[in-house]
Design a binder for this molecule. Structure first.
Ligand SMILES: Nc1ncnc2c1ncn2[C@@H]1O[C@H](COP(=O)(O)OP(=O)(O)OP(=O)(O)O)[C@@H](O)[C@H]1O
Ligand SMILES: [Mg+2]
Length: 618
């Protein structure tokens, strides 16, 4: 199963990964999260807002104090204020009523302040996190994107961030509330009556055990569930990304069957999670109700015997209800905690990835371009290469392309032409040797300078949302309209662009702005020309053009390639006619190297190819 790496409208076979997609987005094997990365991520997210986190905690602490004063006031009312009221002293009862009201108002106000403060913290954390995911994923090298599908990236920045949001917005508050009320209430109960307090505290032991068992079991279930939901998303995205081949090869039924399996698996794990939850809720209620029943029974016995005041018993029962109430919700919190922990771990794994093609720490500058020497010299010095997933693709070789030379690279499918080009554009670093641009190792060049110096146009010809003009100007955003049009004219794209509904201002993603594969290539070509690189690589860049279109580009090529070093990869040999030099590749090796005339006159592979091509034209 192959997986698309971009949401490109075409399916570029060449850039599809050759790794096997396990369909398991948790992917410990593909992307293990280094130990400690999750905690470090959490710390780095919260570090900038320490003060605000402290403030929110304080607000919650105060709010809990206000809430938990209630039963105490009830006890006071029953045992002191009501008897005083009977003795015509109204003061204490009024004080209790006022006190109750004040506590209620204070707790409401504090809760409001807390919700606003915590929402701000959460928003900033999530904003930061999603930004980091995008920035990081975009900065990672091509080979990462070949292993990690776009579906996975989407599920990282949607589902995973959302589950963190759930935790932060509800779960965390829940946990702190539960812990605080446990502390407050235990202290109150023990203070009110040591015996009753001790019984209540003793009931924590089975509850704690219950929570522990639940955490373990639910943890397992949630891990499986988060894998299952991500598999559903990956399948969905992949199918829709590849909707054209899906249609073309009538894969709908197969896809649907595969999707049904994944969808069912996800629902099943949901059912498992609910079952665990139900067991936990029933168990915790059982413990809680048994404890309350025991306390009521024992308390009533003691009240009858005169060793306990009725108000204290009433307060104890009220406290116990409040104590056990949030335990159901604690289960809920543990759920969101589990899935958020799994999500955070996956996000941390992604963020811990380092680009395999890193920016140099101390970049070197390219020597100034001497005007009498057009382009830049390219040297492959003992370069060897193999993709991460396979064996050696290019055995070590040396190759020098003098500045300004136009080199055609031909050879059969899979020979390694595109691989050579991608090494020159530094999409990958060679596994052996170095690629030099005017004597500077590509690894020592700042990415910005490299991208200015070396531009590669591929068959894919991806267009971004925006206008045609914007798409042409990508390599040089400050280009004037005149320069954009000049570039388009030079490669013969001006006519079709002018014929679009809004000409150069046509939005390529809107109705009427849809342009054909060949036209896309022309736009990509104009883009490369406008970027004016010292080294231009064309990898099947004209493969979608019709013969007149290619002829037009051919005619323009002489001007386009003048003043730069060019590597032209093409199956159609017409492209080769303008080359100064031809390289023939077979199985990763350069087997022929010479001027086109010399090679055609010879008896080698290129002579054969050329003869076959000429015959096909006749
Ligand atoms: N991203 C990748 N991961 C792993 N292997 C790859 C990758 N891209 C290409 N290969 C392998 O490297 C070899 C050379 O591929 P390359 O794309 O360079 O060939 P090519 O000469 O450009 O072929 P074509 O004419 O079909 O474009 C092939 O065997 C291919 O399977
Ligand atoms: Mg290729």
């Amino acid at each position: 199963m192959t997986t698309p790496t971009t949401s490109s409208p075409t399916t570029d076979e060449e850039d599809l990964p050759h790794t096997k997609d396990t369909g398991d987005p948790f992917d410990r094997d593909v992307l293990p999260t280094p130990p400690g990365a999750t905690a470090a991520l959490l710390r780095s997210l919260l570090a900038p807002m320490k003060a605000r986190v402290a403030l929110t905690t304080l607000l919650l602490l105060l709010q809990q104090a206000a809430v938990q004063a209630g039963p105490l006031l009830v006890a006071y009312a029953i045992d002191r204020a009501v008897p005083a009221f009977r003795a015509d002293d109204h003061g204490p009862l009024v004080a209790v009523a006022v006190g109750y009201l004040v506590c209620a108002l204070a707790s409401g106000g504090l809760q409001y302040a807390f919700l606003i403060a915590s929402a701000r913290v959460n928003q900033d954390v999530l904003l930061d996190l999603r930004g980091r995911i995008f920035r990081h994923a975009q900065a990672l090298s091509i080979d990462f994107h070949e292993r990690y599908t776009s579906g996975r990236l989407i599920s990282r920045s949607t589902t995973d961030v959302e589950s963190l949001r759930e935790l932060l917005s509800e779960g965390l508050q829940e946990l702190v509330t539960v812990i605080l009320s446990f502390l407050y209430i235990s202290a109150m109960l023990l203070w009110l009556d040591l015996g009753l307090g001790a019984v209540a505290v003793a009931s924590f032991v089975p509850l704690y055990l219950l929570v522990r068992v639940y955490r373990q079991r639910a943890g397992r279930v949630y891990r499986v569930r988060s894998t299952a939901i991500a598999a559903v998303i990956v399948k969905f995205v992949e199918t829709m990304n590849g909707i054209r081949p899906v249609r073309a090869f009538r894969r709908e039924a197969v896809n649907e069957a595969e999707f049904r399996v994944l969808n069912r698996r996800h629902e099943r794990t949901n059912g498992d999670a609910l079952l665990e939850m139900a067991r936990y809720v029933v168990g915790s209620r059982l413990v809680a109700n048994t404890a309350v029943a025991g306390i009521v029974l024992w308390g009533a016995y003691r009240v009858a015997g005169g060793s306990l005041e009725l108000g204290v018993l009433a307060a104890a029962v009220l406290y116990l209800r409040r104590l056990y109430d949030p335990i159901d919700r604690l289960g809920m919190f543990l759920n969101s905690y589990q899935s958020a922990a799994a999500s955070l771990e996956k996000i941390a794994g992604l963020l811990a990835q380092t680009p395999s093609v890193p920016e140099p720490s101390v970049p070197r500058e390219l020597p100034a371009r001497r005007s009498e020497l057009p382009g830049r010299e390219v040297v492959f010095d003992g370069v060897g290469f193999g993709y991460r997933t396979g064996g050696e693709v290019l055995p070590p070789f040396d190759l020098t392309l003098p500045a300004g030379q136009t080199v055609a690279v031909v050879g059969s499918t899979g020979a390694g032409k595109s691989t050579l080009a991608k090494l020159l554009a530094r999409f990958y670093d060679p596994t052996a040797g170095r690629v030099l641009l005017d004597g500077v190792d590509l690894r020592d060049l700042a990415m910005a300078e490299l991208r200015r110096g070396v531009v590669m146009v591929t068959q894919e010809a991806f267009l971004f949302s925006g206008t045609v003009a914007e798409n042409i100007a990508i390599g040089r955003p400050d280009a004037s309209r005149e320069e954009i049009e000049r570039a388009a004219k030079a490669i013969g794209a001006h006519e079709f662009i002018s014929a679009l509904p809004d000409g150069y201002d046509t939005d390529v993603r809107k109705r009427g702005g849809r342009i054909s594969a060949g036209q896309r290539q022309l736009v990509a070509f104009a883009r490369a020309l406008l970027a004016d690189p010292a080294v231009l690589i064309l990898d099947e860049a004209t493969s979608s053009l019709d013969i007149p279109g290619e002829r037009a580009v051919q005619a323009a090529m002489a001007t386009v390639l003048k003043g730069r070093t060019a590597v032209v990869i093409a199956h159609r040999l017409s492209t080769v006619e303008i080359a100064d030099r031809v390289l023939v590749m077979e199985h990763g090796r350069i087997v022929e190297d010479g001027s086109p005339d010399r090679l055609i006159a010879g008896t080698g592979r290129f002579a054969d190819l050329h003869r076959a091509w000429r015959d096909s034209l006749a």
